[in-house]
Ligand binder design. Structure first.
Ligand SMILES: *[C@@H]1O[C@H](CO)[C@@H](O)[C@H](O)[C@H]1NC(C)=O
Ligand SMILES: *[C@@H]1O[C@H](CO)[C@@H](O)[C@H](O)[C@H]1NC(C)=O
Ligand SMILES: *[C@@H]1O[C@H](CO)[C@@H](O)[C@H](O)[C@H]1NC(C)=O
Ligand SMILES: *[C@@H]1O[C@H](CO)[C@@H](O)[C@H](O)[C@H]1NC(C)=O
Ligand SMILES: *[C@@H]1O[C@H](CO)[C@@H](O)[C@H](O)[C@H]1NC(C)=O
Ligand SMILES: *[C@@H]1O[C@H](CO)[C@@H](O)[C@H](O)[C@H]1NC(C)=O
Ligand SMILES: *[C@@H]1O[C@H](CO)[C@@H](O)[C@H](O)[C@H]1NC(C)=O
Ligand SMILES: *[C@@H]1O[C@H](CO)[C@@H](O)[C@H](O)[C@H]1NC(C)=O
Length: 739
């Protein structure tokens, strides 16, 4: 079966009507196809119907008077469903024989007028007349009664009964006794009046004031149908207990009223008591009362049997025609049943495709959703909103992570992030360290096993600002202890220097040097851009400091013998490096600052080659590196370092040692030139020598020292003595003095 919506869209497309999406959904089919489903604004759903073929059975036929304004709907009078009205006059006290029965056969059967129909409740609201019993004059009483028949008899299979639960019998008046009877008659209380109500707002001596809106005995009284043992009410009429006298205040309060009315419909007002037929005129069409309807199972036209049990085949003529419908047995009578749409469907279960899916999301009052409402056929989903869990329908959605947890998670994430970043940095640092180590020849030195390779962390405790003992062009020098050994660490401040094995090889060579006048290289740290060098620590400081530290008033005394000894040993160290090692090692920067003295004033040459190697290629990248004051002019000119360059520098050191004057390289004040000039004049004046050693008896040896220095300083490189010769001559001088 094609869904009607699709059909409609198809039709719309065929006729060229744009099927606008905003159009309201088509009304649910309530009547049979081709049948009217409304009378005025009263909905007439199948099984009720207007016109032939539009109702399920004769009892359900509806007549619509469109001439009336607004149009009025009636249940077509059948043999078992109709109303009869009667009006009779009585003479008060004139009736002696009771029951006084009205001949109802003389009155026409009138159709019951419908107010509305509810399929869901299985009920019809119809209009019933207000019965009245009025004193017209002292000699005349008028009784207006109505008989309502909804079913031919209690036992007949008829779809209608008067609702027990939804109706009440109400009496209005002073001292009224309204009764429910099965015929239109007046009687003294006894026989057939099976339900009655009494209002006692009675006589002058016992007046109880009426209360507007209250129907509890003060001029208004009511009893419910429910609770009575009779559960099928095929017919009823409201009558009154006869009055055998003229009412005490009949001018003002002439009428008594009685009615069967829907529970809660009637609101009592004290105004209803006074005046002639006031209440009847207030409700000219009558007051609503409720009729239950049902489908009769085996009446021959709706099919045999009752509701099919679950899983059983529906009998022929089964009334619940719509898919997504079900039937419900009548509580009292299993041969009567009602059809209903299944949950989450609405519409008319009695017609094909009458039950349509409800868009529950449009009715949150009935179908609560505290999440994301989503309709589906036969129900709706209501998942919790993002980040929440629970039951959206029950409104128990809760944040998956409460705020505190969110904060904690956030914090943990942040910390995690920081940790990860830290680790990345650490890893990078490690890799860098490893790369440096490799670049600086670590693997080569590892294999050589001649020198200690320090980790960066090993040196950390020494490389503190407070440990700096020297600073200069090369970088910083720190002193400190590594283990039990006191060391000096040279940390180059220039980076990006080496990229080959030269450094490693140089280190290997130097680490093999064990001469007492050479500062011992203990180890190095390769895990940095430019390697750090670890040397033995020489406590007295440099010759430069000892000679020239004038800030210090207690100038260290240096005898000539000691000076010759320092010179001889220094020369010996240099000579050893020049010739006694397998490979020639040149210093290139011989100067008092690089001659360190130990506790016995024994000199140790520092800073062989390596430093120069390390600071090459920097912004100081002149080919020639070294102290200009001590530098061989030939080396300076040609850039080629030879052992004679060291000899030249040593010559300057010798002059400095005997004069205790700084070798300042300038045109006006130059130690070298002063000595040269003096030397040419055969050292006539002794003012050039340090006054501490300038004694006349030592003048000869001083002249020899100047002579040696001048040979070293010879501008003809080849004529300079070798370092070995220099050392031997100095040792000789020293020895000659000791004899
Ligand atoms: C039907 O129409 C009458 C009169 O126009 C109005 O009073 C009544 O409220 C309407 N009923 C419904 C259900 O619309
Ligand atoms: C329909 O209602 C009009 C106006 O109330 C009335 O005159 C007419 O008799 C009614 N027709 C029927 C068939 O009851
Ligand atoms: C309905 O009422 C009319 C008028 O009283 C009557 O002629 C007719 O027979 C009734 N129909 C039924 C089915 O009782
Ligand atoms: C009604 O009242 C008259 C006179 O007051 C009396 O004769 C008669 O018996 C009373 N009838 C009943 C049924 O009580
Ligand atoms: C009831 O209400 C009406 C107006 O609605 C008022 O005139 C009357 O006095 C009220 N009666 C009582 C007993 O309050
Ligand atoms: C009676 O009172 C209730 C509540 O105030 C109201 O809803 C209802 O319409 C009233 N009934 C009549 C017939 O006025
Ligand atoms: C109802 O049942 C009776 C006998 O039990 C049978 O004769 C009749 O044909 C059935 N009616 C339908 C509509 O099935
Ligand atoms: C209705 O009542 C009949 C008879 O008692 C029973 O056979 C049937 O199962 C009932 N159906 C339902 C849906 O309860």
């Amino acid at each position: 079966m094609a869904p009607p919506l699709a059909l409609l869209l198809l039709l719309a497309a065929a006729t060229g009507v744009p099927a606008a999406a905003q159009q309201p959904p088509p009304p649910l089919p309530m009547a049979r196809p081709g049948c009217r489903d409304k009378c005025g604004n009263i909905s007439i759903p199948y099984p009720f119907g207007i016109g032939p073929g539009c109702f399920i059975a004769d009892q359900f036929q509806v007549f619509c008077n469109d001439s009336a304004s607004p149009p009025r709907a009636f249940l077509v009078n059948t043999s078992g469903t109709y109303q009869q009205n009667s009006e009779s006059s009585l003479v008060p006290g004139g009736v002696t024989k009771y029951p006084f029965v009205i001949d109802w056969s003389a009155n026409p059967r009138e159709p019951i007028e419908l107010m509305d129909i509810s399929l869901a409740r299985g009920e019809v609201r119809a209009y019933g007349a207000v019965s009245s019993y009025c004193t017209k004059s002292s000699t005349s009483q008028v009784v207006k009664l109505q008989l309502t028949v909804v079913s031919p008899s209690k036992t007949s299979n008829w779809p209608f009964t008067t609702s027990m639960e939804r109706n009440a019998l109400v009496g209005v008046g002073v001292s009224v006794e309204a009764r429910l009877a099965t015929r239109m008659y007046m009687d003294w209380p006894s026989s057939d009046s099976w339900l009655y109500t009494t209002c006692t707002s009675d006589a002058s001596d016992n007046f109880r004031k009426p209360i507007n809106g209250s129907c509890t005995g003060n001029g208004c009284c009511q009893v419910p149908f429910a609770g009575n043992s009779i559960f099928e009410v095929p017919l009823f009429a409201v009558s009154f207990k006869p009055e055998n006298k003229t009412r005490w205040d009949s001018d003002k309060l002439p009428c008594l009223y009685g009615m069967v009315v829907e529970n809660g419909f009637y609101n009592f007002s004290s105004l209803d008591l006074s005046g002639y037929e006031v209440l009847s005129k207030k409700f000219p069409r009558g007051v609503p009362f409720v009729i239950d309807f049902a489908i009769i199972a085996d009446d021959g036209y709706t099919g045999n049997g009752s509701c099919p049990a679950e899983g059983q085949k529906a009998p022929p003529g089964y009334a619940c025609a719509s898919s997504n419908s079900f039937c419900a047995n009548n509580t009292y009578d299993s041969e009567r049943y009602l059809c209903h749409c299944k949950e989450y469907y609405e519409g008319n279960p009695y017609v094909t495709n009458g039950c349509q899916d409800i868009d529950e999301c449009k009715n949150p009052d009935l179908y609560p959703c505290h999440g994301n409402c989503k309709n589906r056929i036969g129900g709706y989903d209501c998942p919790c909103k993002r980040g929440m869990k629970g039951d959206g329908k029950a409104g128990t959605c809760k944040e998956i992570f409460p705020l505190v947890a969110q904060v904690i998670v956030g914090a943990v994430c942040a910390i995690g992030f920081v940790v990860v970043i830290f680790l990345i940095i650490l890893l990078k640092e490690r890799r860098k360290t490893r790369d440096f180590y490799k670049k600086n020849g670590g693997p080569i030195l590892e294999k050589a096993k001649l020198i200690k390779l320090y980790r960066k962390k090993n040196l950390k405790k020494v490389l503190l600002d407070s440990n700096i003992i020297g600073q200069g062009f090369f970088g910083e020098v720190y002193k400190g202890f590594l283990g039990n050994e006191q060391v000096a660490i040279k940390k180059p401040k220039i980076s990006g220097v080496l990229e080959n094995e030269q450094f490693a090889n140089e280190v290997i060579i130097q680490s093999q040097v064990t001469h007492k006048n050479i500062v011992r290289l203990i180890g190095c740290c390769l895990e940095v851009d430019t390697p750090m060098l670890v040397y033995e620590f020489i406590p007295k400081g440099s010759l430069h400091d000892i000679l020239h530290d004038h800030n210090n008033n207690n100038k260290i005394a240096l005898s000539l013998d000691l000076r010759i000894s320092i010179a001889a040993q220094s020369a010996d160290g240099l000579a050893y490096m020049h010739s006694k090692t397998n490979t020639e090692i040149l210093h290139g920067d011989v100067k008092p600052a690089n001659i360190l003295l130990d506790d016995n004033f024994s000199p140790k040459i520092a800073d062989f080659g390596l430093s120069r190697l390390l600071v090459r290629d920097t912004k100081h990248t002149e080919l020639v590196i070294g102290d200009i004051n001590y530098m061989d002019p030939t080396y300076q000119k040609e850039g080629l370092l030879t052992e004679k360059s060291d000899v030249y520098s040593f010559g300057v050191v010798l002059l400095e040692l005997i004069s205790r004057r700084k070798a300042v390289h300038s045109d006006t004040n130059n130690l070298l030139n002063s000595f040269r000039e003096a030397h040419e004049k055969d050292m006539e004046g002794i003012e050039l020598f340090d006054e501490e050693i300038a004694v006349t008896e030592d003048l000869g040896i001083l002249k020899s020292l100047v002579e040696l220095a001048m040979e070293c300083l010879n501008l003809q490189v080849d004529e300079r003595p070798t370092m070995t010769e220099v050392a031997e001559r100095l040792f000789l001088m020293g020895r000659s003095r000791q004899q």
